[in-house]
Design a protein. Structure first.
Length: 289
């Protein structure tokens, strides 16, 4: 346990080549294709080899475990699993889901887990919103609630449903409109698709950090493991998204306790720095949490 605390998630580990896995695409969560799981390090535009980034404690890459929606099963199963390993994660709360359990969530925060913002109502369809209306109806009330119970600070945000466009019109305008709503309040925001994040680009992409929900479609730890191998191979920052963590998967989005344990167990054997999203972001950008 001492070593785990000292080195975050990492123990002396191993690294194997990346397997190719093909998976489907769902409405909300786009996940990387098997073709994208190549082992070869990416090249920067000049054609030079990609140089490894220096991670804390001599680790080779980073992972943030994030849990969405403030679900009771996360208190029952995910938090104890993290506690057993001495790891800290990020919980993106929606006020409506967690307000009855606020004392338990406050205890989770006191343990050192990060509490992030996931809006008031978790709306997925946002074409009818202006920046101003979204801030007024979804962000401001949630921040007031979180500030009251978890202390005043700049938090991280997770886009509900992975929807990154706000209002009507073109995609770029919609994304800019959403980022305009987030920028004054949050340090960074997590979207729901894409490769592990390049540490050199995180500052520029802070309001669209890439992540996957590896068990959303299938209760199988392999996609998470392939994704984490890719982060290790490239020296990047992986962000994993989970929802309910339950003894038996009942439907899309659920992760069985068995799969969750296998993913955490795999991480424990690798040189991955495991830390909450805000902490990794702060480390990479020099910003104060
Ligand atoms: Zn959500």
């Amino acid at each position: 346990m001492y070593l785990q605390v000292l080195f975050g998630c990492a123990l002396v580990g191993f690294f194997r080549g990346v397997g190719a896995t093909m998976i489907g695409r769902r409405e909300f969560f786009t996940v990387i294709s098997g073709a994208a799981l190549a082992t070869a390090a990416p090249r920067i535009s000049s054609g030079q080899e990609y140089r490894p980034f220096a991670w804390p404690h001599g680790e080779r890459a980073a992972v943030s475990l994030t849990y969405d929606d403030g679900l009771d099963s996360q208190l029952e199963y995910a938090v104890p699993a993290l506690d057993r390993l001495g790891w800290k994660a990020t919980f993106f709360l929606t006020e409506e889901n967690m307000e009855k359990q606020v004392d338990r969530w406050r205890a989770v925060a006191r343990e050192g887990h990060e509490i992030g913002d996931h809006t008031l109502h978790h709306h997925c369809r946002l074409a009818g919103y202006s920046t101003k209306r979204f801030v007024r109806e979804e962000i401001a009330p949630t921040e007031r609630f979180l500030n009251a119970y978890f202390g005043v600070r700049r938090r991280t945000f997770a886009y509900p449903c992975g929807t990154i466009e706000l209002g009507a019109g073109g995609q770029r305008e919609g994304e800019e409109r959403y980022i305009d709503a987030l920028r004054p309040v949050f340090t960074a925001a997590r979207a729901a698709d894409g490769d592990p994040n390049d540490p050199r680009l995180v500052g520029r992409q802070r309001y669209q950090l890439q992540a996957i929900a590896p068990t959303y479609d299938r209760d199988d730890p392999q996609l998470a493991i392939d994704y984490l191998r890719k982060a290790l191979g490239w020296g990047r920052w992986a962000i994993l998204i989970f929802h309910d963590v339950v003894p038996t998967r009942l439907g899309d989005g659920d992760t069985s306790v068995t799969s969750h344990d296998r993913i955490l167990g795999w991480i424990a054997q690798t040189p991955l720095w495991c830390a909450p999203m805000g902490e990794v972001f702060s480390h990479l950008t020099g910003s104060v949490q």
